[in-house]
Design a binder for this molecule. Structure first.
Ligand code: ADP
Ligand code: MG
Length: 570
């Protein structure tokens, strides 16, 4: 380890030289109470900015073990610190001038969700802080402007670090409230399981968002109001008594007229697998954290998925126990999404009629009479929804605006009326009883065979030998590994482009090191999860320095990404 003065000396020596001389600054430097690491130096002022890290001893940072000891509070603390640090450096970014990315200082920008990120890791044992950021090393044209970098590293950064990462001088009240919220959210998650609930939406929650492109709460929204018959009460460890709607496990239908807030409720439930920051409006919208949004996804690739629970006897004679296609239809894609979510260990499906394939969801009586069962490859979801709960323990929450058939299958029916829910289970049953029964006339279906989860993808010889495979993220929508693009636009519970990036690295790692023709997909996913849990998200990158822009995805999204990877072969 070098002293900070040595870095200063290097900077003065290389000033006005060609840009590559910046490479001499790489290394670690002791700066008073922290260590600055210059981990990777960009090749020119227009290249992706240099990677810089900061390490602070736990003893010096001084955050109480109550905040750093448990995983859920540690992640919440790290999230709060990144946000604070981000605000601080924002004021200094581009204060230092020059060409290209000169003077840029940037750190991960979390959205409304609280995620575990490589931008700031806190050691559970020592409380040490590891912060990772990017700095555009300043230049005029391609000539080093070391004076400007000295300004950043010796004036701006120390100031921001001092204000952000020491408990002594931090906003302790704010950090206490962050910890308390994390503890309360954790408590509700635990209680959901105990009380056999699929989800909880607190009274007063704000579900709608500001706009299609902003994830912030809508101003002047109608706040959530719990129907009395579904009211549950929790005694939170910190915030005390809280009331809200508990959605029991089983089959729940959300109905209501168009524009009355059905999809908005479902969207909030989809996001409820993550914790949200205070002020979001969904802090206490908590969903079973294995929940998976199921939708149609025309055009996706499917690699040997056993969709025979829903689809059999295709006219082209294709095997639906190991179904393969590079271009799935609406119904086959949705069937694969269901089966793959089961494989990924989900206990709750979230489905919106708006984004479903109709022929996958239902078949009405008249259609069943005209087109005989033998001519129809699809067993619609409605015929499996009860079985999925009774035989597999998987609940469903389904938004239906136009199709009443699900009334016969639902344990609970919620009607949204002007953004306010009402439970109408009883009335819906009575009405359904008066109707020609969907279920009565239909032949009793035999129970489905348990889907086979035994896909073993082959060793990827080419990938294993290629140590220069590049992972490139395209926002939340896709990630490419060399030339293979994995489409993730319709994996709707991916909420951050940093998760997408992390998934790219994980799939690359699996292709290079884990798939061997013997380990099945579940074992590989488990291994990936374990590696990240034990060694941190950065360990799947295998680069010399740890990327500053990764966020940990759920295991459900790890499966989703592997399942959409067209390069995998059996
Ligand atoms: P549906 O799925 O029933 O057709 P949506 O959930 O799409 O309805 O909601 C319709 C519109 O109403 C959306 O623009 C949404 O932002 C808005 N909205 C939803 N919930 C609320 C609410 N609680 N307060 C105010 N506006 C809302
Ligand atoms: Mg809708």
């Amino acid at each position: 380890m070098k002293r900070a003065e040595e870095l200063q000396a290097i900077l003065r020596r290389i000033d006005h030289r060609g840009y590559p001389a910046y490479k001499d600054t790489a290394g670690s430097y002791q700066f008073g109470s922290y260590v600055l690491g210059i981990d990777h130096v960009q090749g020119d002022p227009f290249a992706s900015p240099s990677k810089v890290s900061i390490r602070i001893d736990g003893a010096k940072a001084g955050f109480p073990a109550q905040m750093t000891g448990k995983k859920h509070t540690r992640i919440a603390l790290a999230d709060a610190l990144i946000r604070r640090f981000g605000k601080e450096i924002e004021r200094y970014s581009h204060q230092a001038k020059g060409s290209g990315k000169s003077g840029l200082i940037s750190v991960s920008r979390p959205g409304q969700e609280v995620l575990e990120r490589s931008a700031l890791e806190i050691s559970p044992d020592t409380g040490d802080l590891f912060i990772r950021l990017e700095i555009g090393f300043p230049a005029n044209g391609r000539t080093i402007n070391a004076g400007e970098l000295e300004k950043i590293l010796f004036r701006f950064l120390p100031e921001c670090i001092r204000k952000s990462f020491y408990y002594q001088t931090a906003d302790q009240k704010h950090l206490a409230s962050v910890r308390e919220l994390a503890e309360d959210q954790y408590y509700i998650r635990k209680e959901l399981k105990e009380q056999r609930l699929a989800a909880f939406v607190a009274d007063g929650s704000i579900l709608p968002r500001e706009s299609g492109i902003s994830d912030r709460p809508m101003k002047q929204a109608v706040r959530f109001r719990t129907p009395d018959s579904m009211r549950v009460v929790f005694q939170l460890p910190n915030a005390g008594r809280i009331e809200g709607m508990g959605i029991p496990q089983g089959v729940t239908l959300i109905v209501g007229g168009g524009y009355h807030g059905k999809s908005t409720l479902l969207k909030a439930l989809e996001r409820g697998v993550y914790n949200h920051i205070a002020g979001d409006g969904r802090e206490y919208v908590i969903t079973d954290d294995t929940a998976v949004k199921i939708r149609a996804e025309d055009g996706r690739s499917i690699q040997h998925t056993d969709i025979s629970m829903f689809i059999n006897g295709l006219p082209n004679g294709k095997d639906t126990k190991a179904f393969r296609t590079e271009d799935a239809s609406g119904s086959t894609s949705q069937a694969a999404n269901v089966i793959e979510a089961m494989e990924a260990g989900t206990r709750l499906f979230l489905i919106d009629e708006d984004t479903s394939a109709t022929n996958f969801m239902i078949r009405d009586e008249l259609m069943a009479r005209v087109v005989h069962q033998e001519m129809e490859p699809i067993t619609p979801f409605i015929d499996r929804v009860e079985e999925l709960y009774t035989a597999y323990g998987i609940s469903t929450i389904l938004v239906a605006g136009s199709c009443g058939s699900y009334f016969y299958k639902a344990d609970h029916v919620i009607q949204m009326m002007q953004y306010e829910p009402e439970e109408i289970t009883q009335r819906a049953r009575e009405e359904a009883g008066r109707f020609a029964d969907y279920a009565k006339d239909r032949p009793q279906l035999a129970a489905s065979a348990h889907p086979m989860f035994n896909r073993c993808f082959a060793r990827d010889q080419k990938a294993a030998q290629n140590d220069r495979m590049k992972v490139k993220g395209m926002g939340k929508d896709a990630v490419s590994i060399d030339r293979d693009t994995i489409e993730l636009r319709y994996v709707e519970q991916l909420v951050d482009s940093e998760q997408t990036m992390a998934l790219g690295y994980m799939v690359k790692y699996a292709r290079q090191r884990l798939f061997d023709g013997k380990k099945d997909l579940q074992s590989v996913a488990e291994l990936l999860e374990q590696i990240v849990e034990e060694k941190g998200i950065g360990s799947v990158c295998e680069s010399r320095y740890l990327p500053c822009n990764l966020a940990v995805p759920r295991v459900q999204e790890i499966y989703a990404c592997m399942n959409r990877c067209r390069a995998l072969r059996i």
